[in-house]
Design a protein. Structure first.
Length: 444
């Protein structure tokens, strides 16, 4: 999609990188594959070296990254070969040190990156990439998400954003509603929508065997806004307990928004039974919105009704969940794919440096869900205004924080955090029991 336009935007980046690429070393070991029988070094006439990258990203994103790496390695002896694999978190653990392991893997969870590092399976990137340049170009917090014991091991290549509030744009504009600048203003907006005779919130946390995960996202967003990056990370590591003032403050706000009569479509009792993917559909009812706001991640637009998706820019508006105080700490919660280096030969190091170049994502942006973690990324390459707005929320944030439940031990993050929040929201369990149960489930 729009490949000619993309190539125009990548010309400068390719030219700059090609100068470096001409000097790339062609020797390799481990997973990198020598694809030439003759000897020689860099430039256009030596050994050709293939560096393998495994990822579980969507195929359109992978195809775009493949094209981007082809552009950036043009004129060099390195070829970066992208391969799509399933369940990479589990797969990579079985491949550590194996002859068929990739040179680089894109891992969607910082905890798995740390696990690989603890098994001596990954190599640090501090002297491989230009950290000073990346600190300037990337969203704050993205480098920290891949840092283990003070060293950079995971480089964020693509990102997604949570804590977004979606709405029916034509109805919203007609009603004259604005964008709240604080959580208090969001509460006032909720009351205003209700006073106008409407239901403010669409909400659903049902997801088959994963029921409850949307509730964990709500808490991650609220805890990040009230506690900022430092306290959020302390909570994720259980240095701050669930039964703590910070989490109780988040719970009180959630209660205000979700449990107050008239605030949620179907009422509190419907939240646990409503599927997360269809929870927002009433916003786009032909007769007018049956509920007016949906808090979700950037992926949720793929679940909207077909007629809504046919013209997202006309039908959908959004804003980032507001901070606790105007102009205060305003982190954004999200996820993404962290590139880790499983081979330390020169070709793999050069390939990792190419992955650090923001231009690698330019061919991916127009035709996929790709969002770059680089604040200076060419926003015009994103396929619609909705995606531009999603990216802008991240670029304007004070810190990028990885999804908390994904970083917690499995028995908590995908266990009691899901199930006990569901019980509390459904009204079958009080908050005290909920917080105590989750704390008690944390492994020693």
């Amino acid at each position: 999609m729009k490949h000619k336009d993309v190539r125009r935007h990548t010309t400068l980046a390719v030219a700059t990188t090609a100068t470096l690429a001409l000097t790339l070393a062609a020797c390799s070991s481990g997973g990198s594959t020598d694809t030439s029988s003759d000897g020689g070094g860099g430039g256009g006439g030596g050994e050709a070296t293939e560096v393998t990258v495994w990822a579980s990203v969507d195929q359109p994103v992978l195809d775009g990254l493949q094209e981007g790496s082809n552009n950036l390695t043009e004129g060099s002896n390195i070829t970066i070969k992208w391969e799509k694999v399933e369940n990479i978190n589990q797969l990579i653990m079985t491949k550590l040190g194996a002859a068929d392991a990739p040179d680089i893997a894109l891992i969607p969870q910082p905890g798995v990156v740390a696990d690989v590092v603890s098994r001596n399976g990954a190599f640090p990137l501090d002297d491989v990439v230009d950290k000073a340049a990346l600190e300037s170009s990337m969203v704050p917090g993205t480098l920290e998400s891949g840092t283990v014991d003070g060293q950079l091991y995971g480089l964020l290549v693509s990102m997604n954003v949570k804590g977004l509030v979606f709405y029916n744009k034509p109805a919203w504009d007609a009603a004259g509603y604005g964008t709240p600048a604080t959580i208090d203003e969001l509460n006032a907006l909720t009351e205003q929508i209700k006073a106008d005779g409407n239901v403010p919130w669409c909400m659903g946390i049902e997801s088959d065997t994963a029921t409850g995960w949307p509730a964990t996202d709500w808490f991650e967003v609220l805890i990040s806004k009230y506690g900022g990056a430092d306290q959020y990370n302390q909570w994720v590591s259980h240095d701050i307990l669930f039964d703590s003032p910070l989490v109780r403050e988040a719970a009180a706000e959630f209660e205000t928004l979700a449990f107050t009569d008239g605030n949620v479509f179907g009422g509190r009792n419907a939240i646990a039974a409503t599927n997360f993917g269809t929870a927002g559909n009433p916003m786009f009812d032909a007769a007018g919105p049956k509920c007016w706001m949906l808090q979700q991640g950037s992926f949720i637009t793929g679940f909207f009704p077909e007629e809504t998706k046919a013209d997202l820019d006309t039908n959908v508006g959004l804003f980032g969940f507001p901070p606790a105080t105007a102009g205060g700490d305003n982190p954004v919660v999200g996820g993404g794919d962290l590139a880790i280096m499983l081979n330390e030969d020169q070709a793999t190091k050069d390939a990792m440096a190419i992955l650090a170049n923001g231009a690698i994502g330019e061919p991916a942006a127009p035709g996929s869900s790709f969002i770059s973690p680089h604040k200076d990324f060419n926003m015009e390459l994103y396929p619609n205004q909705v995606t531009k707005d999603v990216a802008q929320v991240a670029y304007d944030s004070t810190a990028f924080l990885f999804d908390g439940s994904d970083q917690m031990p499995g028995e908590v993050g995908a266990g009691t955090f899901w199930s006990d929040m569901t019980s509390w929201i459904a009204g079958s369990q009080d908050l005290d029991t909920t917080l105590t149960n989750i704390d008690s489930s944390w492994p020693n």
